[in-house]
Design a protein around this ligand. Structure first.
Ligand code: ADP
Ligand code: MG
Length: 328
C-alpha cells in the first residue's frame, strides 16, 4: 500500500505499471506478441480474417454524469466499443485505452480498471496499450476484432426490401433511467439504471448473426436514428409495429403515462443490435440463437418506399429519423 503523499505525486509511469501492465499472455490464445510497455504493441491476427477496428470516446458531462461510479464507467467505456464490434459480427481480440484524468486518483483508477478488466476478461480481450494524460476527464477506447474473410460483414448498406427488421433485446430502459434522473425521481428504476450504466454488449449474438443477416447496427443513439442509418445507406424504408417492440413493463408504463410512446425509439444508450434478415433465413436464425439460449424480436419490415414509419393501434405515424447528435 503506497503512503498518502506518494498517492498525490504518483507519476505517469508508475500508474502505467500499476494499472495497465500485466503478465504476458500465451501468444496462441491472446495473439499478443508484445503488449503494454513498448512504443507499440505487436499483435498476431488469425489467418483468413479481416481486422475490425473501432473507437469511441466518453466525455464527462456529455456521455456520463461526473459522479458516475468508476467501476461502472470502466465497464461502459469498454462495453460501447465491444458493441460496435458486435454490430459487425467481429470476435473481439484487443483493446487500447486513452485516459485523460484531472488527477491521479488511485481509488478511482483501481475501481475504473476493475470494471474495465472484468468485462475484458469475460470476452477474452487483451488490453495491449494506450495513453495516459492529465486534463478534463475523458475516456477513449479503441477495440480490435476479427471477422472471417468468408463473411461480408453486416454492413449498413446491405438491407433489402422484404427483409424483416429485428432487435436483439429491449430498448428504452436506459432512456427511462435518464428521464427519471432528469425528472428528479427519488428512486430511479434499478433495472433501468443498470441498463444505462452497465450495458451488456451483444458480442455472441453478433457472431451468430454474421453469415445469416443482411445489415446490422448497434443501437447507441436511439433506434429511429440508428435504423435510419441503415435505411439511408441501403436506400430503402421501413415500417415498425409499436406493439411488437420489446419493452420492459416499466418502460411501457412510463411511455403511456408521459404520453410519449416513441421514447424507446429516440432515447438511445441501449446497445442492442438492430438487424435485417431475409424472411426465408428467419427459421435457421431462430434455431441457431435458441441453441445458445438467445432469441430476437421481429419489429417490422424493410420496404422500398423511403422513410421510417411506425404502426400503433392500426394508425401509421411517420417517424423523424432522430436521436442524440453532438453538433445540433
Ligand atoms: P510513448 O511515450 O511511447 O507514447 P507511453 O509512455 O505513453 O509511451 O506509454 C508507455 C506504455 O504504456 C505504452 O506501451 C502504452 O501503450 C502503455 N500505456 C500508456 N497508457 C496506457 C493506458 N491508459 N492503458 C494501457 N496502456 C497504456
Ligand atoms: Mg504515449
Amino acid at each position: 500500500m503506497a503512503a498518502p503523499d506518494i498517492l498525490q505525486h504518483v507519476d505517469e509511469f508508475s500508474l502505467i505499471r500499476r494499472y495497465f501492465s500485466h503478465a504476458p499472455e500465451p501468444l496462441e490464445t491472446s495473439g499478443v506478441w508484445l503488449g503494454v510497455g513498448d512504443d507499440c504493441a505487436l499483435l498476431q491476427p488469425s489467418a483468413a480474417t479481416r481486422l475490425a477496428v473501432t473507437m469511441d470516446t466518453l466525455v464527462a458531462g456529455v456521455h456520463f454524469f461526473q459522479d458516475t461510479d468508476a467501476m461502472r464507467l470502466g465497464h461502459k467505456a469498454l462495453a460501447v466499443n465491444l458493441s460496435d464490434l458486435a454490430a459487425m459480427g467481429a470476435t473481439p481480440r484487443w483493446v487500447m485505452l486513452a485516459l485523460t484524468l484531472p488527477a491521479p486518483d488511485q481509488d478511482w483508477l483501481a475501481a475504473f480498471m476493475a470494471g474495465f478488466m472484468a468485462l475484458a476478461r469475460l470476452h477474452g480481450v487483451s488490453l495491449v496499450g494506450g495513453d495516459t494524460t492529465r486534463g478534463p476527464l475523458s475516456i477513449t477506447v479503441q477495440a480490435m476484432g476479427e471477422v472471417p474473410v468468408s463473411v461480408s460483414g453486416m454492413r449498413r448498406d446491405a438491407a433489402r426490401a422484404g427483409d424483416l427488421v429485428c432487435l436483439s433485446g429491449q430498448v428504452g430502459l436506459a432512456g427511462l433511467a435518464l428521464r427519471q434522473i432528469l425528472r428528479g425521481d427519488l428512486l430511479p428504476e434499478p433495472s433501468a439504471m443498470d441498463a444505462l450504466e452497465k450495458p451488456m454488449p451483444q458480442v455472441l449474438m453478433g457472431v451468430l448473426l454474421r453469415d445469416l443477416v443482411h445489415a446490422c447496427i448497434d443501437v447507441s443513439d436511439g433506434l429511429a436514428q440508428d435504423l435510419g442509418h441503415i435505411l439511408q445507406a441501403s436506400q430503402v424504408g421501413a415500417t415498425l409495429i409499436w406493439e411488437q417492440l420489446p419493452l420492459a413493463g416499466c418502460v411501457r408504463d412510463d411511455c403511456l403515462m408521459a404520453e410519449d410512446p416513441f421514447m424507446p425509439l429516440t432515447a438511445g444508450d441501449d446497445y442492442q443490435l438492430c438487424f435485417t434478415v431475409p424472411p426465408e433465413r428467419m427459421q435457421a436464425l431462430e434455431q441457431r440463437l435458441a441453441d445458445h439460449a438467445l432469441s430476437c424480436h421481429v419489429i417490422g419490415c424493410i420496404e422500398a418506399e423511403p422513410g421510417l414509419r411506425i404502426r400503433m393501434k392500426d394508425q401509421i405515424h411517420a417517424l423523424p429519423v432522430c436521436g442524440y447528435q453532438h453538433f445540433v
